[in-house]
Design a binder for this molecule. Structure first.
Ligand SMILES: [Ca+2]
Ligand SMILES: [Ca+2]
Length: 464
């Protein structure tokens, strides 16, 4: 126990120091995720967007969690992103791998999320009673925890101790699948297990079939700490990421929707359960952290996508590390200072030649498949000269040369003698013309006689 107290003190100090040193590192975008897959409904008024636990019953009065530590804080909300910092932890043989020191940031869906963490003496048994669960459900859960301690090979204590809980009465319609979002944060380390559950208890008359997380029972195990326990697990320290829990009923009516989170074996290093009506955001050391795969194949599983960054023929620097997560991802900055001579970094592109979709650092989108984002390079443009050279006209405009000779039609009438011919009843005139044609350098010369009679006049040309 001495050792565990020391750990708790150390992680708290590290968290404070880191948050003082580098608060800007943990500013996380609050990305709104589309509410659900088609055919799945959100439960109305379960998003905590009022900034309090109004409308919910809880194990203790509402408070605001400004950070996540291993110290129990009871029930309340987070408003915006909160951090959790822990040190390294060596592997636990046959149970859990080693983990390195990390700083996590958890953001709600929207502006606020519910948060519960065991504190004081409120017991696991009392929490399950408050949620309306039966003693047989209680026994079944404890049996499962014991069995999983064996199957996980982690061992450890199996008796749940103190707990925190949230409960809200909701009205559900038969045949509809409803969902909530949750995120379990393990602040403890293997083999000291902790865990969480959700429940849906009918408040009316009758015995409906209730299905939670695809299992026909009025509860489901959610996040636990030891690997292989609960329906999802974190390992030593860490988070399950945001997950969906699902609920179906066979009788429409009012139900108590519940969440509980609890220590096991002792009351040290208390886990946290965040609750919301949509998926929030998780980063680990600044990188997007997705949803872990469930241990129980029946439990809902979110599809993770991996985004890989490629240096794309950079001369220097390194590409950001891969990012794996579900839902929306935030595009990484050029954190490794990728550079290429003669080019500037112009964001990321889905194709190596830059002709695909371009994303800028800080953009967010939801990948539909694993994909690679390539550094996009834009050639450096050389500066134009200070003064543009004037366009010089040719020194002398070539004169348009007329053709050497132009055909000239010379119709100058020759001075021709006029000969009057007189006779009875008629008059004859004779004109003489000369025509000079100059064409293509050749001169044609012709003369004509004009002959006129009573009926017609004609020119009689003769070439000379
Ligand atoms: Ca919310
Ligand atoms: Ca614990």
């Amino acid at each position: 126990m001495k050792n565990r107290k020391l750990i708790r003190r150390t992680t708290s100090s590290v968290a404070i120091v880191l948050s003082l040193l580098a608060p800007s590192l943990f500013v996380s975008s609050l990305i709104a995720e589309p509410a659900s897959a088609s055919g799945v409904a959100a439960i109305p008024d379960t998003g905590f967007e009022g900034g309090s636990l109004n409308g919910w019953d809880s194990s203790s009065a509402s408070r605001t969690f400004t950070e996540i530590t291993a110290n129990g804080q009871g029930a309340g909300i987070i408003s915006g992103t909160v951090q959790f910092t822990h040190g390294a932890r060596s592997a636990r043989a046959n149970c859990a791998p080693a983990v390195t020191a990390a700083t996590w940031a958890f953001g709600p869906f929207g502006s606020h999320a519910g948060a519960i963490q065991p504190t004081g003496s409120g017991s696991f048994d009392a929490a399950l009673v408050a949620l309306g669960m039966s003693s047989s459900d209680n026994s079944a859960i404890k049996s499962m925890i014991t069995a999983q301690a064996v199957s996980s090979r982690c061992g450890g204590s199996t008796n749940p101790t103190n707990a925190a809980w949230l409960r809200k009465t909701v009205t559900l319609t038969a045949g509809t699948t409803y969902q909530m979002a949750w995120n379990y944060i393990g602040t403890d380390y293997a083999p000291y297990n902790d865990g969480s559950v959700t429940s849906l208890i009918f408040k009316g008359v009758g015995t409906p079939t209730v299905t939670v997380n695809n299992q026909v029972q009025s509860y489901a195990l959610l996040g636990f700490t030891n690997p292989g326990t609960g329906d999802y697990s974190t390992g030593s320290y860490g988070s399950t990421g945001w997950q969906y829990s699902t609920y179906e009923v066979s009788i429409s009516g009012t139900y108590d929707l519940g969440f509980a989170v609890f220590n096991i074996g002792d009351t040290s290093l208390s886990p946290v359960l965040l609750v919301d009506d949509g998926l929030g955001v998780v980063t680990r050391n600044g990188e997007t952290f997705g949803a872990v795969v469930p241990n129980n194949p029946q439990a809902p599983s979110l599809v993770n996508r991996t985004v890989t960054y490629a240096a794309n023929n950079a001369d220097s620097g390194s590409a950001p590390v891969n990012s794996t997560g579900s839902g929306s991802i935030t595009v990484a900055p050029n954190s490794g200072n990728l550079a290429k001579s003669g080019f500037t970094f112009a964001g990321w592109n889905t194709l190596s030649d830059g002709t695909g979709v371009t994303y800028q650092p800080g953009d967010s989108f939801t990948p539909s498949a694993n994909l690679t984002l390539y550094a996009k390079w834009t050639a450096v443009v050389s500066s134009p000269p200070a003064t543009e050279p004037a366009s010089s006209p040719p020194a002398t405009e070539p004169a348009s040369s007329p053709p050497a000779t132009v055909p000239v039609l010379n119709t100058q009438p020759a001075t021709a003698p006029t000969l009057a011919i007189t006779g009875p009843g008629s008059q004859w005139l004779l004109f003489a013309f000369a025509l000079t044609l100059v064409t293509g350098g050749a001169t044609l010369l012709a003369v004509s006689n004009l002959s006129t009679s009573r009926k017609k006049t004609r020119l009689n040309w003769e070439r000379l």
